[in-house]
Ligand binder design. Structure first.
Ligand code: ZN
Length: 241
């Protein structure tokens, strides 16, 4: 069965900034959706200005993996929608958090930290080093990915230590950054991936596309057990009282 993906984008830069429209004429969500569609996934898009931000109960119920891009308008995302997305992740939905979505309400809620970082936008080179070469997210990737022009994100990145750290970035200006971070939350999986600034054509890079595709496959739900919590008065084994 095809993985059902919903690509969520706040879609604000695309409406107001000609430079961003030039790079992503169909929006960042359109570019990401076409990558994943070309890999045989069943892809929908949703954006901030739609009712319920396009994330109705029916959409979330039918989403295996949610991809999230936001930057300008994290505060406009309603707490009710954030709570529903959060619960779906705990129930097993995968979540791929891209670039400036480090500050999205849902990622911060899942992490429990500020998720703050340092940044600089002068178009410097980035090299993303693979530090976990056996991980499914780096299938088909070389020792590193090189991006000629990016926005820099630098440590300290205020996140909890990842369950698995897959990429560390080096920047020409000297900073480093944990740029590919895997987490388990409840029955769900979360992957934070750093690249993807709105004015650089990074989502057209074949290696970046490959990582995002691999990440969606990795984060897709599995038919694992549903944990039962709370009081459990009947023991499995007979116990002499
Ligand atoms: Zn950016």
């Amino acid at each position: 069965m095809a993985i059902r993906v919903t690509v969520w984008n706040e879609n604000r830069h695309e409406k107001t900034d000609e430079r961003v429209r030039k790079v992503y004429p169909d929006g960042i969500h359109g570019a990401l959706a076409s990558i994943l569609q070309s890999q045989g996934m069943e892809v929908k898009t949703a954006t901030l200005d739609e009712p319920e931000h396009g994330l109705t109960d029916a959409v979330l119920e039918n989403t295996d993996v949610l991809v999230w891009w936001g930057h300008l308008a994290h505060h406009e995302v309603s707490d009710a929608v954030v709570e529903k997305v959060y619960q779906r992740v705990l129930d097993g939905m995968g979540l791929i958090v891209l670039h400036s979505a480090h500050f999205s309400k849902v990622f911060r809620k899942l992490m429990g930290t500020s998720c703050d970082l340092k940044w600089r936008e002068i178009g410097e080179k980035e090299r993303l080093w693979v530090v976990e070469p056996g991980h499914p997210i780096v299938e088909g990737i070389g020792e590193y990915i090189e991006l000629p022009q990016t926005e820099m994100y630098g440590e300290r990145f205020d996140i909890p230590a990842p369950d698995t750290l897959v990429f560390i970035s080096w920047f020409a200006g000297g900073e480093v950054f944990r740029s590919g971070c895997c987490y388990n939350r409840g029955r769900g999986k979360v992957f934070y991936f750093r690249p993807g600034h709105e004015t650089f054509p990074i989502f057209y890079n074949k290696d970046i596309q490959r990582v995002i595709t691999n990440a969606v496959r990795w984060a897709a739900p599995v038919e694992g057990p549903v944990p039962k919590f709370g009081q459990h008065p009947e023991p499995l084994e007979k116990i002499d009282k």
